[in-house]
Structure formats: structure tokens, C-alpha cells
Design a protein around this ligand. Structure first.
Ligand code: PGA
Length: 267
């Protein structure tokens, strides 16, 4: 059994439009209401549409058969100011959008996100009361040169500080996603053993930084080409508490299939 339950988080990236969002959520609602589906309280659902779709998605998921968190894919560290194109955490919470991703590798790769700015964004989001999935993971070159562990240490160092101690101890607003960059959108998935090894390392680092309660309570999600075909083996690993899913989450059937797999593992 999964002591922390299982998360099925979908990162839509910049893939669905307004109409597609509405029909996706109508279809998902039907799938989750199907007579052969028994919801489980220990499975947590989240979807991360692009910013312009947040209110469309939030409106379409009120009165959903299961609680479903809607979150932004990025969030700024300040609540307001001269930051053209950024997303205010305060406005998100005012809109009733409860969650955000921070530090996704595509933000790091294409938009200059650094370990330090990601930590600032996490702080800003927490101050606004949001739940955050904080993403880390190594590139292919880093894995091939045996630097995975060092990369995780470096990416986590700015958030494994006393500034975040309380939040990690309370264990319900910071999630970590281990997303090896070489597995994102490539169809290459970490083997369950590779995922478990990285997750175990992150949990150990949590323990060293904040003690055992934080380490036991913090969910660590795996991301990188998760599909209904490989999810069961990945989600069954001891330290894998669900997935942050890109490509497969853009199809409501596949997302619902992932929810079913998580439900079967976490009744
Ligand atoms: P993927 O994306 O499932 O398409 O590999 C995962 C992610 O980027 O969060």
C-alpha cells in the first residue's frame, strides 16, 4: 500500500485550447463517473493548464465527481510589480487557483530559470497559500557522466534551507517531482529501479535537511514519459508517490486510465 497515497498530476504544457479544455473536462467527468470506477480518497488529482486556460478549467471542474486541483505551470516570486508576462501568485489565489508548478525543466531550459529563481518562486507561491510541485532532474549528459546525485543536491540546495523548514515539516504544500530531462517527451522512461533510486535519494536528502517527519510526509512524484502502460510499475515503487505526466495527460482517456491505475494501487 502507498503510505502517502498517489498523485496523478497532468502537465498540459501549451497543448490544449479553450474548446479542447472544455471537451477534455466533459469527457474526464464522464470517465470518473462511470459505474465501474470507485473513487479513492488517497488518490489526488491535479491538472496544470496553460495560464490563459486556468479559469476555463477551474469553472469546468466545479462539481466534479472527484476533487481536482487546477494549477499554473509557473508563478512569479513577487505578488505584483513590473514583471511583464509573469504570473502573480496572489492573483492565482484570489482566483481560487490553488496550485502551481515551479522549476519545470522546460522553464529551466528555455526561459532562464535557475536553481535560485526556482527557490524564490517556491517562496512566493507558498506565501500566497499555494500548493507547489517543485521539479528537479538531470539531463542525459549529466546521467551519463554519473552526476545525477550531484545535480539533485545542487537543485534542491536552495530549498532545503531553514526558510522552508516549517513547510516541509507540515508536509502538505510542497511536493517534489523527479523528472529526468532525458525522459521528458522522449518516450524514454526511467526504469522503475532508476526512479526508485532517485526518489530514495531525494527522500534521504529531505531527512538530512529537515528530519524524518518531513521526509516521510513529502510526496515525490515521478515525471518523464509516464503512460498507462508503464505507470503501474513506476507507481508501485516504495518512494514514488504518483506522477507528473505531460504527453499522456493531454488525452482524457489516458489521464483517466492513470487515475484508475493509481486507484487500484491505493484503495
Ligand atoms: P512527458 O512530460 O510525460 O510528456 O514526458 C512530463 C513533464 O514534462 O512534466
Amino acid at each position: 500500500m502507498k503510505p502517502r497515497g498517489l498523485w496523478v498530476a497532468g502537465n498540459w504544457k501549451m497543448n490544449l485550447g479553450v474548446q479542447a479544455t472544455q471537451s477534455y473536462l466533459t469527457q474526464l467527468k464522464q470517465e470518473l463517473r462511470a459505474s465501474d470506477f470507485t473513487p479513492s480518497h488517497s488518490v489526488r488529482l491535479a491538472l496544470f493548464p496553460s495560464a490563459e486556460l486556468l479559469t476555463v478549467a477551474a469553472t469546468a471542474t466545479t462539481n466534479f465527481p472527484l476533487p481536482l486541483l487546477i494549477g499554473a505551470q509557473n508563478v512569479h516570486w513577487e505578488s505584483k510589480g513590473a514583471f511583464t508576462g509573469e504570473i502573480s501568485p496572489a492573483s492565482l489565489s484570489e482566483l481560487g487557483i490553488p496550485a502551481a508548478l515551479v522549476g519545470h525543466s522546460e522553464r529551466r531550459q528555455y526561459f532562464g530559470e535557475t536553481d535560485e529563481t526556482a527557490a524564490k518562486r517556491l517562496k512566493g507561491a507558498l506565501n500566497a497559500g499555494l500548493i507547489v510541485i517543485f521539479c528537479v532532474g538531470e539531463t542525459r549528459a549529466e546521467r551519463e557522466s554519473n552526476q545525477t546525485s550531484e545535480v539533485l543536491r545542487r537543485q534542491l540546495a536552495p530549498i532545503f534551507t531553514s526558510d522552508f523548514q516549517k513547510e516541509f515539516e507540515s508536509g502538505d504544500r510542497i511536493l517534489i517531482a523527479y523528472e529526468p530531462v532525458w525522459a521528458i517527451g522522449t518516450g524514454l522512461t526511467a526504469t522503475p529501479e532508476q526512479a526508485q533510486e532517485a526518489h530514495q535519494e531525494i527522500r534521504l536528502r529531505l531527512q538530512n535537511a529537515f528530519g524524518s517527519s518531513a521526509s516521510t510526509r513529502t510526496p515525490i512524484l515521478y515525471g518523464g514519459s509516464v503512460t498507462p502502460e508503464n505507470a503501474k510499475d513506476l507507481f508501485s515503487q516504495r518512494d514514488v508517490d504518483g506522477g507528473l505526466v505531460g504527453g499522456a495527460s493531454v488525452d482524457p482517456h489516458k489521464y483517466a486510465a492513470l487515475v484508475r491505475i493509481a486507484t487500484a494501487l491505493s484503495p
